[in-house]
Design a binder for this molecule. Structure first.
Ligand code: 5RP
Length: 230
């Protein structure tokens, strides 16, 4: 059976990895293909080290025999390889479908090169069809959600739906690796992502958003039988 587009995107990213590199290891089903394929290379002698972007990717990397290091042990990463929920041709993204956007953003910021791996369905021209994840600290979360609603109203979103993400087992709320909540904002179309991101991150209880803007992204978007340009 032919490899899925997600797997082919992951395998194409593996070709960018060189001996001795320090890598950011992403989170999600596409990153899983990358980490597993990297593990196979490591078993045949490739010498790399990785910093995981979540407990989930840490566990997967360990299982696959990849040596890990703490982010503070280096100032620069050679490559960060991670997935995306939406990406525009100029590289603006929504991430955080798996709730790992805080660590993912810290790691992406430290990387010389950010390699985004996904299937071609993630390509959009305007962000926002995917609900925007916003990481919120539990203290005063109702006040923070109210402040988010005010910002959204200022930005022209009429009656947006804001959902606190449920835990995967349905019991209580989803908690990020940092012990925070995730508010998913159903916005439809985000016309001014920079302004929205700035205003949301100025709210004291907001830790970060899933908007990844201004990164120089190397995009690998695989279709059923090839790759999208750019
Ligand atoms: C996790 C992420 C993921 O990279 C994003 O959700 C894409 O996941 P997948 O590769 O499973 O489609 O941002 O926080």
């Amino acid at each position: 059976m032919a490899d899925s587009p997600k797997k082919r995107a992951a395998l194409a990213a593996l070709e960018l990895v060189e001996d001795g590199m320090r890598l950011g290891l992403g989170t999600g089903s596409t990153a899983k293909f990358f980490i597993e394929a990297l593990g196979e290379k490591v078993r045949t002698g490739l010498d790399v080290k990785g910093v995981p972007t979540s407990r989930w990717s840490e566990e997967l990397a360990r299982k696959n025999g990849i040596e890990l290091f703490e982010p503070d042990e280096t100032t620069v990463l050679d490559l960060d390889i991670d997935g995306s929920d939406e990406i525009t041709p100029d590289g603006s993204m929504i991430k955080g479908g798996g709730g790992a956007m805080l660590r993912e953003k810290i790691v992406a910021r430290a990387a010389r090169k950010f390699v985004m791996i996904a299937d071609a369905s993630k390509r959009v021209h305007t962000l926002g069809a995917f609900p925007l994840p916003v990481e919120v600290i539990p203290f005063g979360q109702a006040l923070t959600v109210r402040a988010i609603r005010e910002v959204l109203s200022e930005e022209g979103f009429s009656n947006p739906q804001i959902t606190l993400r449920a835990a995967p087992n349905g019991e209580g709320f989803f908690l990020t690796d940092a012990g925070n909540l995730v508010a998913d904002l159903a916005l439809g179309r985000i016309q001014n992502p920079e302004t929205l991101d700035r205003k949301l991150t100025m709210i004291p209880g907001v830790v970060t958003t899933g908007l990844f803007l201004g990164f120089d992204v190397h995009q690998i978007l695989a279709t059923e039988d090839g790759f999208l340009d750019g």
